[in-house]
Write a protein that binds this ligand. Structure first.
Ligand SMILES: *Cc1c(COP(=O)(O)O)cnc(C)c1O
Length: 407
């Protein structure tokens, strides 16, 4: 694959009017939802141009979520790795512990504006559910979160957090009882209750306008980063790195820099136990073009089109499909992709705790595992910015177990 784009990127042209990023994205849903998605798209376009909506969003991002987040020079880690100067965009310091609150607040405000008082959401690890439950509590909206029964058992603490904030958590007993099944159930609910209900989708996935809308609510990450790196270094970074589940924190950081050809961008997927069928969630390592839950993109599927099982140490990265915008920019050679295995992730997690006193989310530790390999290949006058998408408080008991500690 070409490392540099062959054609100049014009990001303003994407997606097109029907939600396509090249051959990716689009709207692949039952008839009943097509109208709802079109209506949502129209309402979103109007809101986006309304200064009152933007002012309200800015208010909540600042006062409730804690923006702007810092751009932090990781001096000890940079010295330890001996190469590029490493900066972290500190999304881990946001309310509820990760970038997800940017999108949850944005969509909850949009729902309120549309006169929809009932919110539904899906969640896997529970982080998007918690962010949505908190945003709904603050805005006085009713909140129902669908979660696979297996995930509910694994993430009991997050289930309790959502309930504390007034959300109803509905266990999903179909399929593998995980995220994909929770999405199906949320879509079924939306079809039935679309008149008074908004579906807050949690990543840059699904049918148009979701990938675009979720991206827009997160692009503040890159906008702040540009301003902060100019203040601190007087120039743009050489490389940006982010972990990629559905792709929302990554596109949030990358979007602002897509047209800056000198800035390299790398997304890091979950390599799990290694790249063997059913053992990982790296869609660009063996994934094929297909349609899953409303969007055409790269998907881990077998020869019959059955969705493959996925595995990652990190529950936030194990979805079988990747956001369509990432698929497009990857084919264009604009965004490159790598992956990190569970083992590399555990090392990265511990290294950051030890060198910087920062406990990262296991998702973010995927990006860090790549940085550990990449930074030493770069020179001390080069700058690498990594999105520290979330904090690891939620992961410490799992890490303890994996390290054989009893806590
Ligand atoms: C959910 C989550 C991710 C993965 O989701 P994206 O949409 O790919 O960003 C990454 N990091 C953290 C901390 C998360 O909670």
């Amino acid at each position: 694959m070409e490392a540099s784009p062959e054609t100049k990127i014009d990001k303003s042209a994407l997606p097109d009017g029907r939600g396509h990023f090249g051959q990716f994205g689009g709207v692949y849903v039952p008839e009943t939802l097509v109208t709802a998605l079109e209506h949502l798209g129209e309402q979103y376009e109007t809101a986006k141009r309304d200064p009152d909506f933007q002012a309200e969003l800015a208010f909540y991002l600042k006062e409730f979520a804690g923006r702007p987040t810092g751009l932090y020079y990781a001096e000890r880690l940079s010295e330890e790795l001996g190469g590029a100067k490493i900066y972290f965009k500190r999304e881990d310091l946001l309310h509820t512990g990760a970038h997800k609150i940017n999108n949850a607040i944005g969509q909850a405000l949009l729902a309120k504006r549309m006169g929809k008082r009932r919110i539904i959401a899906e969640t896997g690890a529970g982080q998007h559910g918690v962010a949505t439950a908190c945003a709904c509590a603050r805005l006085g909206l009713q909140c129902v979160v669908y979660m696979g029964a297996v995930d509910m058992e694994r993430q009991k603490l997050n289930v309790f957090r959502m309930r504390l904030c007034g959300a109803e958590v509905r266990g999903v007993e179909s399929g593998q009882k995980t995220l994909k099944d929770a999405v199906n159930e949320a879509m079924r609910d939306w079809v039935t209750n679309v008149r008074d209900t908004h579906y807050i989708l949690g990543s840059a996935l699904g049918s148009h306008p979701y990938p675009m809308m979720v991206r827009d609510f997160h692009k503040i990450i890159g906008e702040e980063t540009r301003q902060q790196i100019m203040e601190k270094e007087g120039r743009l970074p050489d490389e940006l790195v982010a972990c990629v589940g559905g792709g929302s924190n990554a596109i949030g950081l990358f979007y602002e820099f897509l047209e800056d050809e000198a800035v390299r961008m790398v997304g890091v997927e979950a390599g799990g136990y290694g790249i063997k069928q059913g053992q990982h969630a790296a869609r660009f390592e063996g994934g094929r073009l297909g349609v899953l839950q409303g969007s055409k993109t790269y998907i881990l599927q077998d020869a019959d089109g059955q969705i493959e099982l996925t595995h990652s140490v990190s529950a936030g990265l194990d979805y079988a499909a990747i956001g369509p915008e990432h698929a497009y920019y990857r084919d264009q050679g604009r965004i490159e992709f790598s992956y990190a295995t569970d083992e590399e992730v555990m090392k990265a997690f511990q290294l950051l705790c030890r060198t910087e006193g920062i406990v990262p989310a296991l998702e973010s530790s995927h990006a860090l595992a790549y940085v550990m390999k990449r930074a030493p290949q770069m020179s001390p006058d080069q700058i690498l910015v990594m999105n520290l998408s979330g904090r690891g408080d939620k992961d410490v008991s799992q890490v303890a177990k994996l390290l054989g500690e009893d806590v």
